[in-house]
Design a protein around this ligand. Structure first.
Ligand code: MN
Length: 131
């Protein structure tokens, strides 16, 4: 058993991958023994990811607020606290807060053979976001 007592260092979501204010707290970091990458991601109102896809899929679990999510070609969907979404491997999508409320979700992914957990595309426009 390893108790990790390091203080978690919150990082900002980089501007080429997110719109608006996003903070990321790491929970589990991949290693040679485990491909699991887990984090708690905090979105300010109106903030969201860019379009992206995960090589091995992704589960998000909403822990605060209401998430707004969309698969490429699909409808805008709102997901409540306590609900989960699974994005299929390679499925293009985005996720974020609603316009008027903070949202936090846990993110669970497995990295690929090169340590990558996502491939990133263009930002979600205000029109796509439904602002
Ligand atoms: Mn995702």
């Amino acid at each position: 058993m390893l108790v990790i007592r390091d203080r978690i260092e919150t990082t900002s979501g980089p501007a080429d991958r997110f719109s608006g204010t996003v903070y990321i707290d790491p929970i589990a970091t991949p290693s040679e023994a485990s491909r699991i990458s887990a984090s708690s991601v905090h979105f300010a109102p109106g903030a969201r990811t860019a379009w992206h896809a995960h090589p091995n899929g992704q589960t998000i679990f909403i822990t605060e607020g209401i998430a707004r999510v969309q698969r490429r070609g699909g409808p805008l969907e709102e997901i409540n606290t306590g609900e989960r979404v699974f994005f299929e491997p390679g499925e293009d999508h985005w996720h974020g807060a609603t316009p008027n409320r903070f949202m936090t979700h846990l993110s669970l992914v497995e990295v690929d053979d090169h340590g990558n957990n996502a491939t990133w595309g263009s930002h979600v426009t205000d029109e796509q976001y439904g602002a």
